[in-house]
Structure formats: C-alpha cells, structure tokens
Design a protein around this ligand. Structure first.
Ligand code: C2E
Ligand code: MG
Ligand code: MG
Length: 729
C-alpha cells in the first residue's frame, strides 16, 4: 500500500468498515519491515497505514485515528519513544494499544517505552506469522478495558446523580476504602480513595459521631445490617446523610468487613418534610389543617376513652369576613387570617393555666387548626368542666374582637363559636365536629359574636357559672364580701378559746351565698388568691380590734385554700396581714385541708414550718375526710386536728363514727396535738366528746356563725354562760 500523504482527504474507511477491519498504523524507517508486516496483516484482515518516522506517525494518527499502533523505537526525525509520549497526550491517544518494536538488546528502550505509555513490546526481528495474533489479543484486551472504563464512568455518573458513594471497612484493621462520590460527599480530596475508619469519624460532628460509631461497631459485632442517618456539616450547609452497609461474613460467622453506601438524602428529606407540611399545615396561617386536626382529634379521643377524660372542640367562624375580603382584597383577607391565628395561639398559650398540658402523653393542652376560609377549630384536650371551655371561648371572643391594622386600615371583626364536649355531645370525631358546627350556627342565629354549647343544658350550666365568675371578680371591689365568726369553746375551762372566720358573699341579687358554692369556682379561676388575702387581712384586723376592746384574748382561725400555698405566696400574705393589723402572731391560726400535701409533701412541710417560725398555729381542717395518711401526719408541723363534721353529726347514734372520733382524739393526744370537734349541735354529742376528752368544740349548739356586731353582743352575753352551759351539763 502507498503511504498516504499526511494532508490527504478524509480516509475512505467508514467506522463500520473499521469494526470489521481494524486499522493498524505501522511506523518503521525500515521499508522492508513495513512491507513484510503489511502482507501478513492484510492477510489476517487488518487495514494497514505506514509511517516512516515519529512525526509522520503523529500526523497519521490525528488524521485516521487508527485502532492500534506498531511503533519502532529508533527512527530519524522523531524516534518512537517521543512519538508515543506525544500521542498519549492526545485525548484519542490515551487508551490506544501501542506495540513497541526494539532491537533485541535495547533494554533501555523497552523500559522507557513502558514509561511513555507503550502497551506491549516485541523484539526485532518480528515474527510476522505471530504478529496478527498478538495484535488481535491487544485489541481484545483494549475492548475489555474500554467496556470497564465505560461502566466505571456510568457508575460514577449514576452515583454522582444519586449522591451515593460506596465504601468498605475492614473490621480487623479498621482501614476503609471508598468511591469518588463518597469522598466528595464527606469532603475528602477527590483523589483520596482510602483511609482509616477514624478519619471518617472525625468528619462527623461530635454530637452525632458516637451514635454512628456505636451503630457500626454493633453491626460488626453482631454481623447484621447497618442503617443510620446523621447530620453532616459541609462547608456550605448542613446535610442529612444515610450510611448503610452489609456485613461480609467468614466461615466462622464473624464479620470480616462492612460493605455499604453513603447517600446524601438532604433534598429527599426536605422534600418529604415539604410534602408533610403541605399535607398537614395550612399554607396561609401555618396552623395545622383539617387532616392534622382529624389525626389529633382521633388521638385525643383514644386517650379520653382510656382515661375517662373530658375535652372540648370549639368551632370558630369570623363574622362578616367576606366583607373584608370583598372590600380590601384577598391579600388583606390573608393578612387578617394570619393575625387572627396568631391571637388564637396567644390566647391558648395563656389559657394553659386553666387547662394544664396532658403530662401523661406529653401533649400540649390545646391545638388550633384552620379548616379553610374563615373557619378555625380549637381542640381543648383536657378540661375539668365545661366552664373551662366557656372561659377559653370568652377569651378568644374578646381577643379576636380588638381592632386589627391591615395596611392602613383599622379593621374590626368578631367571631362566633360553637362548642361540643366529649363525651356528652358525641363519642366520635364526626359527631363532635358536626355538633360544634351546629352549635356555631345556633350562636350565629342568636346574634353572632358569642359562643354556644351544643347541648342546651351544658350551655345553661356554663353560663350560670360563668356569670357567677364575672360577679365574683367584682365582689371584692364592690364590698360584697363579709366574714362571720363562730366561736370555739375550751371543754376544760368552758371559755371561748378561739373563733373561726367564715366567708360570706352578699350577692346583690342572689343574697347571701355560702362559700361551699363559690370557693371551688374561686379556686378554678385563680380568684382565690385575692379572696384569701382579703379574708386574712380582715380577720386579723377584726380580732385585733376585739383584743384592743378588751374582749378575749382568743385566737382567730382562718381557712386557707391549698392554692394559696401552691400558686400564691402564703408567707408573704400572712406577714402582710399581721403587719397591717398589728396582731400578735400567736393569735392567728391557719386551717387547711389535707389535700395540700397530695402533690408535694416536702414543699408543703417546708412552707408550714416557715409559717410556724412566724409564731402562728396550724390546724388540719376536716380531718378524717380526706386521705389522712398517718405516716404524713407525724411529719407535719401542725398543732391541731379538727375532726370532720361528718363524723361528729352521727357521733351519738353511729358506733362506727364514735369509734373514729375516739380514735382521732387519742391519736392527737398521743401525737401531742390539740383536737377540735366541729359541727356539734346536740348535748348527746357533747357528752361523748367530754367522755373522750376532746379539747375544744365548735358548732351551732354553742353559737351559729355571726356578724362581728352580733358576735360581740353574743360574747358579752355568753362569756361566762358558756362555761356554765358546758360544765353544767
Ligand atoms: P369549715 O372550715 O369546715 O367550716 C365549718 C363549716 O361548718 C362552716 O360552714 C360552718 O358554718 C359550718 N358549721 C359550724 N357549726 C355547724 C353545726 O353545728 N352544724 C352544721 N351543719 N354546720 C356547722 P360554712 O361557713 O358554710 O363554710 C363551709 C366551708 O367553706 C368551710 O368549712 C371552709 O372549708 C370553707 N370556707 C369558709 N370560709 C372560707 C375562707 O375564708 N377561705 C376558704 N378558703 N375557705 C372557706
Ligand atoms: Mg375551717
Ligand atoms: Mg371543717
């Protein structure tokens, strides 16, 4: 074949032809070698190009892209070694098989040839019979290498796209090897392919590192699958990575290595989060949507069924919201919805004191959701009674009612609320939702801006309590409270030993209301704190007045609620009352019931001790009716037990009651405590109490609770008579 000129036109071999007849570029300055080789190669199905020096070889290589090159080492103009070096630098030349031909003793050329990138070598004289086989073999291994490179690069691409790297960990020497993508994800240099396990761990933030190490060590030790997610802080941001691996196990069942993947799942997780948010939250207000509410409602139902609790569903609708939307536009409407939702959340947070969180399941006490449009739903997970729901509804109404600033406009909207209560108004989610909705429509019919319970009966009860609560708030300011005084008699001397202050509420319409009816409400609403302070102040003032008038002296017993201990500051209140009245602390006695010690006995004891340090006395009221744990009793710093009226009332007819009273009296004597029997109405009761050697009595038999004036008059008339009354019996 004639040597094609280097500047000749594009060769006639198409790619297809090439596949069938591989093109060999034979470079040699020895023309006879070229001719002889051509004969053998053409006969074996090769197409042959000739070049007689290195430079010509480069030109032909660029023009024809042959499949293989046979290159002589020593040639004029440019030798074979330089030509190989130049060809290898070209993109197309990186992987082309090059067979170097050298003189038989030219070891130096062979070494250099490999260094420059020759694939194989043959010593001259070449065996032209073997040559085609040698070339076929070289072409086949190049094809295999090409395939390998293609699949390697496809794998690299796939891993890069999936952000998935792979790794291996030798469980004996803790050496790791990893793929390029692994190195990229974890921030190792792209060329680094192996390292120590500890190098990898060092890349993980300290707070996550221990759990990754532990999970991997456990997987190795137990030869099981590893899967763990952790946060990795890259140079740019925080990424979520998932490390997974399988153990390779030897014949003994031990894990020799872990082989696995590392995947950057940040986008995947944030997409999942977004999908979750879209599915469970309202886009405008960020509040839970109907789907989430429904899940929460079902969970609350299950819990209530289990615990026998009560909960309420408040259905809210903004009155005339459409007008805002129509007149100010939808953006303004959205703005209003956002502001309303913020207020709802604020009101509910503040209402936590009314409905404390459901601690058992670590749930907040409430949820607020937007159903769509101007409809919101509030779930009060734990209510003690229906008034709790009414109170929250009232707070919501008044909060929603205050003006909103929307752009430059001041907007006022009101809300109408329907309330359903579990279990009275329904035992499943559908009926509770439906009934709250129905109640809301009733409320609208009755003239918006208010709330309505689904059940009429509940509505009446809640409203009545609610009205009372409002009235009670004014009772102190409007001077509707007063104290009555009931004396206690010392059974040894027959003299008045003390007097108990009993609260009365003189309601302008309902007349005199007993504390039994309003103390619980005052406790629920927190009003007990100002109320308790008022009682302490006035009782101390009154007794000091009587002492100054020369009556007595006797002590004043003031009833205190446990909330004054737990929510209020009883030490401060007592100190304050003593200072203001000038009363000597020895004349003040605090009566409290055992429930104070139900929750935190140590704290209760601590407060009582501090009260006693002030010099006042402590009596346990209604003793025997509560929990009366005797083990507590001996630890409590109290001075006196007041036997509950329920045991005294049948004392003279019921053997059981008389046994209890007798036991309480001997118990107090043995503990060195004083003992009072209250509710003594008949001589027959008194006789038994005298027999039992009770210290003091209190009851209608001696005197009913009286106003200060009446009590003063009674005192003047009975101071001595009482002694006679008792001892004369
Ligand atoms: P308590 O402290 O056990 O008061 C005794 C109650 O028994 C008083 O009722 C008194 O009027 C009544 N009583 C006294 N002698 C007799 C009797 O012979 N027969 C009958 N049937 N009853 C008698 P009241 O005044 O209605 O008070 C009821 C409860 O209200 C009190 O029970 C006390 O727990 C609470 N309370 C009264 N005033 C206050 C107060 O200022 N603060 C607090 N936190 N609670 C108070
Ligand atoms: Mg009392
Ligand atoms: Mg009592």
């Amino acid at each position: 074949m004639n040597l094609p000129a280097t500047n000749c036109a594009v060769p006639i071999f198409s790619h297809m032809v090439r596949k069938e007849r591989p093109v060999v570029l034979h470079v040699d300055d020895d023309a006879s070698s070229l001719v002889m080789a051509e004969g053998a190669l053409e006969a074996a199905g090769f197409k042959v190009l000739h070049a007689s020096n290195g430079q010509q070889a480069i030109d032909l290589f660029e023009a024809y892209c042959p499949d293989l090159i046979i290159m002589d080492a020593v040639m004029p103009i440019m030798d074979g070694l330089d030509a190989i070096a130049a060809i290898r630098k070209k993109t197309m030349g990186k992987h082309i098989p090059i067979l170097m031909t050298t003189g038989p003793d030219d070891l130096d050329s062979i070494t250099r040839a490999y260094e420059e990138g020759a694939t194989d070598f043959l010593t001259k004289p070449v065996n032209f019979f073997i040559l085609p086989y040698r070339l076929r073999y070289m072409l086949r291994s190049k094809a295999t290498a090409d395939d390998l490179r293609t699949s390697q690069s496809q794998l690299d691409n796939a891993q890069r796209i999936a952000r998935l790297g792979h790794w291996q960990l030798n469980s004996h020497n803790h050496e790791m090897s990893w793929s390029r993508e692994f190195a990229r994800i974890i921030g190792f240099g792209a060329t680094r392919v192996s390292g120590a396990w500890s190098d990898f761990l060092e890349k993980i933030p300290p707070d996550q590192c221990d759990s990754v190490r532990l999970a991997t060590e456990t997987a190795i030790a137990e030869a099981h699958y590893l899967s763990i997610e952790f946060t990795f802080i890259s140079e740019i941001d925080a990424r979520t990575l998932r490390l997974e691996a399988e153990p390779y196990i030897d014949e003994s069942g031990a894990c020799t290595q872990m082989v696995g993947t590392l995947q950057d799942i940040t986008e995947h997780t944030s997409a999942q989060q977004q999908i979750h948010d879209l599915a469970y939250f309202d886009l405008i207000t960020g509040l839970p949507n109907r789907a989430q509410l429904s899940e929460q409602l079902n969970a609350t139902l299950k819990l209530a069924e289990r615990t026998g609790g009560k909960f309420a569903l408040l259905f809210l609708d903004l009155d005339h919201f459409k007008k805002v939307n129509d007149s100010l536009g939808h953006d303004a409407g959205d703005d209003l919805l956002m502001q309303v939702s913020k207020r709802l959340s604020d009101v509910l947070r503040d209402s936590d004191a009314l409905c404390p969180p459901v601690k058992a399941v670590n749930q907040s006490s409430h949820s607020v959701a937007r159903l769509g449009g101007d409809e919101f739903v509030v779930l009060l997970r734990h209510i003690k009674n229906v008034e709790d729901a009414a109170r929250v509804a009232e707070r919501i109404s008044s909060s929603v009612r205050s003006p909103y600033l929307i752009g430059d406009f001041e907007v006022v909207v009101t809300t109408t609320i329907g309330i359903s209560v579990y279990p009275t108004d329904g035992r499943d989610a559908d009926s509770l939702m439906k009934h709250a909705d129905v109640a809301m429509y009733h409320a609208k019919e009755e003239g918006r801006n208010g709330f309505q319970f689904y059940s009429r009966e509940i509505h009446e009860i809640a409203l009545a309590k609610f009205a009372m609560e409002k009235d009670l708030k004014q009772a102190i300011e409007q001077d509707q409270l007063s104290l009555l005084y009931q004396p206690k008699i010392d059974l040894k001397s027959g003299a008045v030993s003390g007097v108990e202050a009993l609260l009365r509420w003189n309601h302008p319409e309902k007349g005199c209301i007993s504390p039994v009816e309003f103390i619980a409400l005052a406790e629920e609403t927190g009003l007990i704190l100002p109320l308790g302070q008022w009682v302490l102040d006035n009782a101390c003032k009154q007794i000091q007045l009587w002492i100054e008038k020369g009556l007595g002296p006797f002590s004043i017993a003031v009833n205190c609620s446990s909330l004054q201990f737990t929510l209020g500051n009883i030490i401060y209140d007592v100190n304050n009352a003593l200072t203001k009245s000038g009363l000597n602390p020895e004349y003040l006695e605090i009566e409290l019931t055992e429930n104070l010690f139900l929750h935190n006995i140590d704290k209760g004891i601590q407060t009582l001790s501090r009260l006693k340090e002030l010099g006042i006395k402590i009596a346990l009221d209604d003793f025997g009716a509560g929990f009366s744990s005797l083990s507590y009793l001996k630890r409590l710093p109290v001075d006196k037990l007041k036997i509950d009226r329920s045991f005294v009332s049948e004392l003279d007819t019921d053997k059981g009651d008389s046994a209890i009273v007798s036991a309480i009296i001997s118990l107090s004597q043995n503990l060195g405590l004083g003992v009072v029997a209250e509710g003594v109405e008949r001589h027959s009761q008194l006789k038994i109490l005298l027999d039992f050697k009770c210290d003091e009595i209190q009851g209608f038999m001696i005197c009913r609770p009286l106003s200060p004036d009446d009590f003063e008059a009674w005192l003047r008339d009975n101071a001595e008579v009482s002694v006679a009354k008792v001892s004369g019996f």
